[in-house]
Ligand binder design. Sequence first.
Ligand code: COA
Length: 151
Amino acid sequence: MRFEIRKMLPEDVPAVYEIEKSCFESEAWPLSDFKELANDDSGIFAALCAVCEGAIIGYICGNCVMGELEIGSVAVKKEYRRMGAARALISALEEMFSPEKAFLEVRESNLAAQELYSSIGFFKVYVRKNYYSSPVENAIIMKKTYGRAAF
Ligand SMILES: CC(C)(COP(=O)(O)OP(=O)(O)OC[C@H]1O[C@@H](n2cnc3c(N)ncnc32)[C@H](O)[C@@H]1OP(=O)(O)O)[C@@H](O)C(=O)NCCC(=O)NCCS
């Protein structure tokens, strides 16, 4: 299955938001956040999509300030998972910003996402107790360092 990674365009937002809602339900980011991201040209925020045969199959949002990349949201449609889309999205974000370090947070029960992040060099650095709601759950903070970054 072939897909391309490209910048999220304003017209992609409805499809992206459908995936966001199906993956994160009550904790989904508001539609307005995606609209802002798709129109942002600050060079700090980035929103990318994975596209297969013209359809949005996944997306990633992140921001990078002073070499520190924060991955905000990444999701792939159920029927397109385990095909490398999330890994390709993260890799594209890394190429875009060439960060020194990256951070993200993930639900403690989300082992699929933790496996994904571990497989590309992230490691667990901290547990933030009861960080998430609906349901209440700990957040695992994961970090990755690149090249010359100091721990
Ligand atoms: C987590 C998620 C983004 C992974 O997307 P994906 O496109 O299926 O991931 P990839 O195909 O790029 O997988 C890359 C690697 O991650 C790991 N991985 C991904 N899904 C996994 C799973 N269900 N179980 C175990 N390992 C998994 C594997 O190491 C995989 O490599 P492999 O397929 O060669 O074994 C996807 O499952 C998803 O959208 N989940 C719901 C939203 C979510 O939880 N987002 C993360 C919030 S922090």
